[in-house]
Design a protein around this ligand. Structure first.
Ligand code: URA
Length: 237
């Protein structure tokens, strides 16, 4: 919300009066004077007018988790344990998922209560690379590299997948880098080249890598740098 609107709303004054107060340097956001009435403020900012609180900041939560196999990427489910069950933060009920992994996929998962930030992340989802380690039941055929780069047509959604980088690391082991997140995309692509995925692990989103010291089931708050890294691709960093 624009700062003048927020002041006007909480102090029952007109926007013109709010703009005047802001221009008169009477308003602070997170302890700093802001003189631009059209500055954007969210619910995670402290706002004061004449040193009196107008809005008290809510706690923003930005978590990264090492999702273990077997846990659902959901906030509640009647049958299966969800990743939220792994979190013991008092504000965990405010969290939502910024992207999902299948129940039998492990790796980097992001949770937040900041809808604006996750919206940016999901919009960036079609640009930032996501890297997966893939194990397969049979050897990955070498011609799969070109097929992944060309893209596959999925007729259920009537889409052709964007070019995917496939690196064959061993007979049953590969690394894929994709820039989108279609339903079961990795498994469906491998199925097209005659392989069943037996293990799938997401190692990074954008420039944000799953920290090596985070064991399956563990989570922690992101640093501001990590928050930025999740939105960045190597090309733009
Ligand atoms: N692709 C899949 O098939 N599963 C995932 O969990 C993520 C990407």
């Amino acid at each position: 919300m624009k700062l003048d609107r927020l002041i006007a709303k909480h102090r029952q004054m007109g926007r013109t009066a709010a703009l005047r107060a802001i221009a008169g340097r009477k308003v602070q956001v997170n302890g700093l004077v802001v003189a631009d009435g059209y500055a954007e403020v969210d619910r995670f900012s402290d706002v004061t007018l004449d040193d009196e609180p107008v809005q008290v900041a809510e706690r923003g939560l930005y978590l990264l988790m090492h999702k273990p196999v077997g846990w659902l990427s959901a906030t509640k489910d009647a049958q299966h344990p969800t990743v939220l069950d792994l979190i013991d933060d008092p504000d965990k009920h405010t969290l939502h998922l910024a992207g999902r992994l299948d129940r039998n996929t492990s790796g980097l998962l992001i949770l937040t209560n900041d809808g604006n930030w996750s919206k940016r992340l999901m919009a960036a989802d079609f640009k930032v690379p996501k890297v997966y380690r893939v194990e397969t039941d049979v050897p990955v055929p070498p011609e799969a590299v070109e097929a992944f780069a060309r893209g596959f047509y999925f007729h259920t959604e009537d889409i052709t997948t964007l070019p995917v980088k496939l690196e064959i690391l061993g007979e049953h082991l590969a690394r894929v880098t994709l820039h989108e997140g279609r339903y079961h995309q990795v498994k469906r692509m491998f199925h097209r080249v005659g392989c069943r995925v037996t293990a799938l692990h997401r190692g990074s989103v954008g420039m944000l890598c799953l920290p090596e010291d985070l064991k399956p089931g563990e989570w922690r708050e992101m640093t501001p740098e990590e928050r930025q890294a999740a939105l960045s691709s190597s090309e733009s960093a």
